[in-house]
Design a protein around this ligand. Structure first.
Ligand SMILES: Nc1nc2c(ncn2[C@@H]2O[C@H](COP(=O)(O)OP(=O)(O)OP(=O)(O)O)[C@@H](O)[C@H]2O)c(=O)[nH]1
Ligand SMILES: [Mg+2]
Length: 360
């Protein structure tokens, strides 16, 4: 299924219903007086974080969200029907940003998406400059994106000793509306960072039930995968596999850049290195480039605790590179593994268990 982690939506809460304007008419009751009830409230648009929703794909197909308006106030002092709130389920880790909303259109009508100017020229928006208005980080958390309008006053409410047959009533309040950007930042305990082909997906396959595709060409993984790893004692931790990074990733080269935000909330980073230098690369330089790319994307990423997973140690070139790596990063934990061969998989689980324990 298509993976959608950023989407622009237009949400409109229901308008309040108009207040009623009527008079009691009944046999033997002359001049029965005003009896128009108030209008009903419009429905609000509510976002709910839901653990069963894994991407924003549902909104991709329906980016215009409109809650129902409240009913008109009725005669006989009956309040109009209030509309139900519209509940929109989003994945846990969804951030909501407000986008500039053009006011050119009639507020009572949902505009065509094409008729509205683009909030920015670029289709994909880098929200690092924007301030999130909501952060749905816990299962079941609900926020009101657009508040429904209150119903208007019916003419019965204008009755007074001096105005015994009022014909005034008010329209309902308009519901709130606007353009929003929804962005998914996956929430995982640890994030895998590495060049394409380093073996990140092989690793996630080996330690969890997630099945990201593995192949010998770069950029096999096109979007993030989250795997749940059982680390013993009924403990579970989540690990995120993101597309590989390359030199210049912070400048939008390659694929990885867009997905770096998926590891912004990880507590730990696991750098997966191809120690055999299969694609003619040097693992030490790789690591330096990766560290630099993270720092340039967001200094917060470079400050996270990290561990090196030195992969592909089954190949002969690895031995020499491991010694150089240890020399260059003497203070860093380095775990030599060959996940493709199933070597060191238990060590990785132990490491995750240890990190989770330290984090408590
Ligand atoms: N020899 C050896 N090959 C490995 C090992 N681990 C992974 N590979 C191979 O390395 C290649 C790339 O593995 P992937 O897991 O797809 O790499 P990735 O880091 O997810 O790559 P992208 O998704 O493109 O970023 C595959 O052909 C794997 O079979 C290992 O421990 N030893
Ligand atoms: Mg992969």
């Amino acid at each position: 299924m298509k993976f959608v982690d950023q989407i622009r939506i237009y949400a409109k809460a229901g308008d309040g219903g108009r207040g009623g304007c009527s008079f009691r008419r009944e046999k033997y009751i002359p001049n029965g007086g005003p009896d128009g009830g108030n209008g009903g409230n419009g429905g609000s648009v509510i976002l709910k974080a839901d653990s069963d929703t894994s991407s924003l794909v549902a909104l991709y197909f329906e980016p215009l969200i409109k809650a129902k308006p409240g009913g008109r106030g009725q005669s006989n002092d009956c309040t109009g029907r209030s509309a139900d709130d519209l509940l929109v389920r989003v994945p846990i880790g969804t951030l909501v940003y407000e986008l500039p909303t053009p006011k050119a259109h009639d507020p009572l009508e949902i505009p065509d998406e094409d008729s509205l100017p683009e909030p920015t020229e670029k289709k994909r928006i880098d929200p690092r400059q924007l301030q999130a208005i909501f952060d749905l980080s816990e299962d079941g958390q609900e926020v009101c994106l657009c508040q429904g309008g209150h119903g208007g006053r019916g003419n019965a409410t204008y009755k007074s000793s001096t105005n015994r047959a009022p014909r005034q009533f008010t329209e309902g309040e308009p519901g709130q509306e606007g353009w929003f950007l929804l962005e998914l930042q996956s929430i995982a305990f640890a994030g895998l960072v590495g060049f394409p082909n380093a073996g990140k997906s092989t690793l996630l396959n080996a330690i969890s039930a997630a099945r990201p595709k593995v192949a010998s060409y770069p950029f096999t993984t096109l979007h993030p995968h989250i795997g749940v790893v059982e680390v013993g004692n009924y403990e579970r931790v989540t690990v995120a596999d993101i597309p590989g990074l390359i030199d210049g990733a912070h400048d939008n080269r390659g694929l990885g850049h867009e997905f770096l935000r998926h590891i912004l909330r990880c507590q730990h980073l696991l750098f997966v290195l191809d120690l055999a230098g299969c694609d003619g690369r040097d693992p030490v330089t790789d690591l330096e480039i990766l560290r630099k790319e993270l720092r340039l994307y967001d200094p917060l990423l470079a400050e996270k605790p990290w561990t090196i997973l030195a992969n592909k140690t089954d190949l002969p070139e690895a031995e020499e590179n491991l010694a150089v790596l240890r020399n260059r990063f003497p203070r860093q934990t380095i775990l030599p593994v060959a996940v493709g061969m199933g070597q060191g998989v238990d060590d990785i689980k132990k490491l995750l268990a240890q990190l989770a324990e330290n984090d408590k």
